[in-house]
Design a protein around this ligand. Structure first.
Ligand code: C2E
Ligand code: MG
Ligand code: MG
Ligand code: MG
Length: 294
């Protein structure tokens, strides 16, 4: 670090680096107050069963509604929350709010409620000793069967301290919670080690889905991932489905679930409720006019 090497090193900072560091410090300060000020809000993106056209579930995605900055997207604050460990209290708020909302939907939407909900979890949360108990308490207090909850972690979480992570994953799966690997294919996990991890679902990163037509390798890799998932008895959710062509190709490859702008962007609570009611009649996944790209 430049700072620890002495004052002279500040000369190495150019103006923009200095400004960026200041911005980060201001965001950190504001993040510290954001929970008390109740500034976080969850948005909800539907996940669709490509065979039936029904909702498979919903992914909760956090946003930060700050009075000065407006609605801040997670890519602009999650990494700062992780570096400052603020992701632990923020992540706890997210899980509690997701459980509260999911339980409410089970009451108010009844059979139209999504069958399960997916919550993103960071590495530091998974390593936090009280995490599994916090999760089970949350489910219990909201009267939610644990099989309704999927926790999404990225491949990178599996790489560092895999022993501790695997123990946490085992404990979560012992109580019935499901584990998804998010952004699968973009990390560094070796395909040959995948069977060693206690996981249930691969969420294929949208780069493979988006580049299917333009990049020949993307479609080939997609095929490899689907075959592997089948061999390991893992479910697959394709992320970032935007066009009917992509949907048709995924279906022709036997991909079971998908999410993406083709179905819906992440929605505010009331918008998601309207979507769930509409989805009760089945979403349009079979009458797609496009023919498979392969
Ligand atoms: P993710 O978990 O992979 O979430 C999917 C992201 O892709 C979301 O971005 C979503 O809006 C976006 N997306 C969905 N469908 C499409 C599509 O068809 N096309 C394109 N181009 N994008 C699509 P978002 O909400 O900005 O979240 C970004 C990332 O921030 C998430 O990626 C996740 O890693 C992280 N994140 C979001 N919410 C949370 C949270 O509650 N906790 C933690 N730890 N991380 C979160
Ligand atoms: Mg996710
Ligand atoms: Mg993802
Ligand atoms: Mg991501």
């Amino acid at each position: 670090e430049a700072k620890s090497q002495g004052r002279g090193c500040y000369a190495l900072f150019d103006q923009s680096m200095h400004e960026r560091a200041e911005t980060r410090m201001r965001i950190e300060g504001d993040l510290r107050m954001a929970i008390q000020r109740d500034e976080f809000v969850l948005h909800y993106q539907p996940i669709v069963d490509l065979e039936s056209g029904h909702l498979e579930g919903v992914e909760t995605l956090v946003r930060w509604n700050n009075r000065d900055r407006g609605l801040v997207q997670p890519n602009d604050f999650i990494s700062i929350a992780e570096e400052t460990r603020l992701i632990i209290p923020i992540g706890e708020w997210i899980l509690k709010e997701a459980c509260r909302q999911f339980a409410e939907w089970r009451r108010t939407l009844g059979e139209h409620a999504p069958p399960c909900f997916h919550v993103n979890a960071s590495r530091l949360q998974m390593l936090n000793p009280g995490f599994v108990e916090m999760v089970t308490d949350c489910l219990y207090e909201n009267d939610i069967p644990s099989q309704c909850l999927h926790l999404e972690i990225t491949e990178s979480v599996l790489i560092q301290e895999p022993g501790t992570i695997v123990r946490t994953l085992d404990a979560l799966r012992d109580v019935g919670v499901l584990i998804d690997i998010d952004d699968f294919g973009t990390g560094y996990s070796s395909l040959s080690c995948l069977h060693e991890f206690p996981i249930d679902v691969l969420k294929i990163d949208r780069v493979f889905v988006n580049n299917m037509r333009s990049v020949k390798d993307a479609a080939a890799l997609l095929h490899v991932i689907l075959t592997l998932a089948d061999d390991l008895d893992l479910q697959v959710i394709a992320e970032g489905v935007e066009t009917p062509e992509q949907l048709a190709t995924l279906q022709s490859m036997g991909c079971q679930y998908a999410q993406g702008f083709f179905f819906s962007k992440p929605l505010a609570v009331d918008e998601f409720e309207a979507f769930a009611m509409k989805a009760a009649n089945g979403l349009n996944v079979v009458d797609s006019p496009a023919t498979p790209a392969l």
